[in-house]
Every structure is written in C-alpha cells, then in structure tokens.
Design a binder for this molecule. Sequence first.
Ligand code: NDP
Length: 372
Amino acid sequence: MNSRREFLQKLTGSALALSVLPGTVSAISKEFTEMPYDGPVLRVAIMGLGSYGTRVAEAMRDCKKAKLVGVISGTPAKIKNWQGTYNIPEKNCYNYENFDRIKDNPDIDAVYVITPNALHHDEVIRVAQAGKQVICEKPMALNAKEGEEMIAACKKANVKLLVGYRMHFEPHTLEVIRMRKADEFGKIMFFQGLCGFDIGDPTQWRLNKKLSGGGSLMDIGIYAINGSRYMVGENPIWVTAEETKTDPVRFKEGVDETIQFQFGFPSGAVASCLSTYAMNNLDRFFLNGTKGFAELMPSTNYGPIRGHTNKGEIDQPTVTHQTVQMEEMSDILLRGKQPVVPVDGEEALKDLKIIDAIYLAASTGKKVDLNL
Ligand code: NDP
C-alpha cells in the first residue's frame, strides 16, 4: 500500500480513519496505527471532565488528526489527574471563571463542550467569543431559541460550531444511508426509532430540569429524532406526541420518563418513535421501503453496532465512535471537509426545533406543523 489515504479508501468508502476495537479486525488496526500522518492536527481542549468527557479523551489517544492538549474544569483534582494522564501543560488548564483567557492561547484550536445540557448555551458563546472553534455535545441546547443564539454568536466570531453526533460517522449507519440513496430499499415509507435505558440514580443532573432541560427526550430520544432524519433522508413536516409517566416521584414535572412521537415527511413517509428512561436495552432503528428494509440493533450505543437488510448482514468494521468522530471533525474544521450527514449547528438546530414541537404536541395533544 502506498499511502495511508489509499489504504483507508480501500478499506471503506465512507468512514475514513478507523479505530478498530481490539480483537475485531486487528490486522487492519495494526496497519492503520502504524501508518505515518504528517497533515494538520486539531488541538482540542475538553470542557467538563465527566463520564463522557473521559470517554472522548480516551478515544482521542488513537487519533492522528486530533490531539487533546487542554482542559477546562471546575474540579482542581481532576485537572491535576488529567495533566498527568494526558501530559497537559499547566498553561492549557482553565476553570469556568477564567476560560475566556483561552483567547490568548495560540496552542489550542478548538474547545469540546461536554457539560450538562443547560450550560452549553453560555459556554459555547463564550468559547466563540474567545475565537476558538467549538464542538458541543448533544443536545446542543435546551431549545431552538438558544440554538439560534449560539449559531449567531459563532457566525459573528467567525468560528465553526459542530455537534457531537458520533453516529454520523459510524460505518453501519453510513452503509444504510448509502443503500437508501442508491434506491436499494425503494421508496421509503416507514421508520421506527426506539431509544431508551433505565436512568438509575435519581439525584443526577439528567433528572434535574434546570440542568437537563427535560428528560429522556433531550438525552436519548434525540437519537431517534436525528436518526429518523438521516435514515429517511428528509425533514419532518408534522409531529404528534404522547407522554406517559409510571414513576412521578423519580420523574418530576417537566422531566419526561417516556414519550412516543410520530413524524410525517414531505414524501408521505411516516416515523414512529419511542424515547424512555424506564427500560434498558431499547436501541433499535428500522427503515422500510417499497423494495426492502434495514434494521440496526443496537443502533446508537457505543457498539459494536450491528445491522442487516433484506439482502443480508451489513458487513462493516466495528469502530470506536469517538475516535472516528474526532478524526473526521479535524478534517471538517481544518480542511473544510463536507461530511455525508452534516454535524454543524444548523443540523442540531433542526433537532431542537423538533424537540420543541414534540413537547408542545405532548402537552397540547395537538398535531404540530414544522417548517425546517
Ligand atoms: P457527567 O455528569 O458525567 O459530566 C459532566 C461534567 O460537567 C462534570 O463532571 C463536571 O466536570 C462538569 N460540570 C460543570 N458544571 C456542572 C454541574 N452544575 N453539574 C454537573 N456537572 C457539571 O455528564 P456526561 O459526561 O454524561 O454528559 C455531559 C454531556 O455529554 C451532556 O450534554 C450529555 O448529553 C452528553 N453526552 C453525550 C454522549 C454521546 O454519546 N454523544 C454520551 C453521554 C453524554 P468538571 O468537574 O470537570 O467541571
């Protein structure tokens, strides 16, 4: 093989720069990790050193195009610990009070915001004002109004805003999208997205509306919302929704336990989805057209993602989502690459508008029209 790029193009036409789980296709992994890379590297600071921030940092160890170089945290002990683990210099460490100073740090290109949902709005705007590229976790904000303000702030500061939609780079997912675009399923008629887990600990921020902005829909249901759009290949024009609550003690007012929602698309296709904090192992996408179907199960967890269609198994490599995501985001931010499914603020804003509409439909019992 002449070059790393040729190797990766041969490996897959869709998800470049794979990080392969140990034991899956280890020969590919070895060849990939040993290949030299001399292109630009995105230097990233992570804000919020919690559970998902830690996962991203670990996954970035295998990146060639992105590197963890800084941290922003409210917990000094974590900063110390991460400095040791990831070799982060003192000058690249910040807290929530002083991180605007990152403006004067030429060694950081981008900040990845991985804090509770309600904090994203202000933090993203501050990062943008400091002139750094922004990656923000999902949901990008609590509602569409906040999302619009964040997009405007990034535009004004001339920085890009990306959102951590890791499934947009996942090979099984991309293969279903490729097949749908190639008309292999015929005219798409139906999508079903089921997303849920048992939330556990009642004291966590995810069950505190002030920090989460809602319940299961903000956290896990968003995968079915976003997934219905990239699976069907259209944006919904109407929404209906129904909320059910079996445990009003754990799920307070404004924190949804279970929501079912339905979409109608311009082509006439429909979607039926369920989002819940009350059931484990609910993780399935099903797409049906006039000629065939695709099923992904699990469809959005950390993997391995598995899938099949009416033609058989989907034969794609198992990857570490966050490694591939950060490799691809480096290409988007540093080289202007266009991903197959967008991951920018405008894409996330569509999901926020749909979330607003689902909550409105659930509270009024009425069908809500959408114009995305
Ligand atoms: P955690 O609670 O594990 O971590 C959040 C971190 O944010 C904390 O550890 C803390 O870090 C910081 N923080 C700042 N202010 C607060 C506050 N008031 N309360 C609690 N934490 C605070 O959450 P997750 O890492 O699971 O989730 C963070 C974000 O990532 C959410 O938006 C979530 O939706 C998203 N996420 C995305 C996933 C994906 O697959 N794309 C998966 C999981 C989460 P510090 O001490 O360093 O300040």
